[in-house]
Design a protein around this ligand. Structure first.
Ligand SMILES: *Cc1c(COP(=O)(O)O)cnc(C)c1O
Length: 373
């Protein structure tokens, strides 16, 4: 594990872009503690069989590393389309180094100077950050009070701002709940530009049928972004992908770097996708653990938001930093994100989640003043 990031403005004298000069690198602290529940990773490492399969695929790919990889990522896109279903083909899909790179390519092509992107906050902080680094003006819209998103509110907001790109995270990070397909449909119907649905947590949704993929045939400017970092337990491999109209995929070829996805990454992702059933089996275990956690947090007198993801937003705290620090002192790392009186915990293995739960219960029992009643 890397040490906590030392942030020093070493570039102070450099001619960095003025709009980046006061920025700091983004990222959750990576601290080496026994229970790490802060970045929504899947807690289950690959099986010995999958590790062996990946090793074999990497060995095979290594024999031709003198050559550039398949620039069009054809084999992988075909398998990803098959996984998504909904009649999608390779022409509808695109892949890159994590969904963050997919989002960056989308903003390079459809955002940029003089253009705007809109999101409903609190939501995934990389959407505004990548907007800023691509010189796309960010419009921070709000959600309704209960962290949900109201259809009329979303439609009116998009109508008012007419952004070039709308971001909707569903299920949402950090609040945890999914937007309905009806809401996404209504936003697509009024959005003047691209609509990007970030479905990083789709496989964890309580209604797995509630995906925006069903709307793709009707909206050629709709993009559904997915990742292998969460449900597929492959965060370290860096593989994100999208589904959209083939014209969108073609437009992205303008901004993608040639050979952006290494032969190693393509081989690893293809091998993992051959183990889809095994990898997704962890999803049902995590979902069950998540629902249990929500119930138990409520049982100790806390509020916990319903979740369609592999994390739970819970509160409310008079001083959330004190709770975050108190848990860290007990060897449990979670994330101080979301509305100011709430905290977010990733669902881990049954053992990790139980440790979190008992340390938290102990902490709030010994310092009840931390909890807002
Ligand atoms: C975790 C997460 C991602 C994943 O990003 P990768 O670059 O694919 O690892 C994307 N979107 C949201 C909303 C997330 O929470």
């Amino acid at each position: 594990m890397t040490a906590p990031q030392q942030v020093t403005a070493t570039w102070a004298g450099l001619p960095i872009r003025a709009d980046l000069a006061d920025r700091r690198p983004y990222g959750a602290p990576q601290l080496d503690v026994p229970v790490r529940l802060n970045t929504n990773e899947n807690p289950y490492p690959p099986s010995a069989e999958l590790v062996a399969g990946i090793a074999g695929a990497v060995t095979a790919a290594a024999t031709s590393l003198n050559r550039y990889p398949d620039r069009d990522v054809t084999a992988l896109r075909e398998v990803l389309a098959g996984y998504l279903g909904h009649g999608l083909t390779a022409a509808n899909t695109w892949a890159a180094n994590g969904s963050n790179e997919v989002i960056q390519q989308l903003l390079q092509a459809f955002g940029g100077p003089g253009r705007s992107a809109l999101g409903f906050e609190p939501s995934y902080s990389m959407h505004p950050i990548i907007s800023q680094t691509t010189a796309t003006r960010w419009i921070a819209a709000d959600r309704s009070g209960d962290f949900g998103l109201d259809t009329d509110h979303a439609v009116a907001t998009v109508r008012r701002h007419e952004p070039d790109v709308v971001f909707l995270t569903s299920p949402n990070n950090p609040t945890g709940t999914a937007a309905s397909v009806e809401l996404i449909d209504a936003v697509c119907a009024v959005a003047p530009g691209m609509v990007v649905i970030d479905e990083a947590y789709a496989e964890f949704a309580r209604d797995p049928g509630g995906t925006a993929l069903t709307l793709l045939p009707r909206y050629p400017r709709l993009v559904v972004v997915r990742t292998m970092s969460k449900a597929f337990a492959l965060a370290g491999a860096r593989l994100g992908y999208l589904a959209a109209d083939p014209a969108v995929v073609e437009a992205l070829q303008i901004v993608r770097l040639p050979y952006h996805l290494s032969a190693i990454t393509q081989a690893v992702a293809l091998t993992a996708l051959r183990h889809t059933d095994e990898l997704l089996a962890t999803v049902s275990a995590i979902r069950a653990e998540r629902d249990r956690l929500v119930t138990e947090l409520r049982a100790i007198g806390l509020q916990a938001a319903d979740s369609d993801t592999n994390f739970v937003l819970f509160g409310r705290f008079a001083d959330r930093h004190a709770v975050w620090q108190g848990l860290l002192d007990r060897g449990v790392l979670i994330r101080a994100t979301g509305p100011p009186t709430w905290l977010r915990v990733t669902v881990g293995t049954a053992t990790e989640t139980a440790t979190f739960r008992s340390e938290l219960a102990d902490l709030v029992a010994s310092q009840p003043e931390l909890v807002l009643r």
